[in-house]
Design a protein. Structure first.
Length: 108
């Protein structure tokens, strides 16, 4: 599949926007963390790098665990035809005044 120049330019623009937004949101947090670390007396360069890595690592681990728990609690998938009545019998008990609207935009 070949992509045109405009599609590639648009995709790269969106990627640049997302990366820029991430940097603009994370940099103030990292600066605040650095100032906090220096305020409590941590001045080692390795600790100033390890603390943000530990913070983001714990956030990623917490999100991963929450996603696994959410997926494990989902019900089993059902087939597409399981709860669908046949189109002829689906509107059997529907009020007659609603039938033109239901036939116009089928929802089953």
């Amino acid at each position: 599949m070949r992509y045109g120049f405009s599609a590639v330019a648009q995709a790269s623009m969106w990627i640049a926007i997302v990366i820029l937004a991430l940097i603009m949101q994370v940099m103030p947090l990292l600066l605040i963390l650095t100032l906090f670390n220096m305020a409590i007396g941590v001045s080692s360069a390795t600790i100033l790098v390890i603390i943000p890595i530990a913070l983001f690592g714990s956030i990623i681990v917490a999100c991963t665990i929450a996603e696994r728990r959410r997926r494990s609690m989902l019900p089993a998938p059902i087939s597409a035809q399981a709860g669908k009545p046949h189109p002829d019998t689906a509107m059997r008990h529907t009020a007659a005044c609603m039938l033109p609207y239901l036939r116009r935009s089928r929802f089953f």
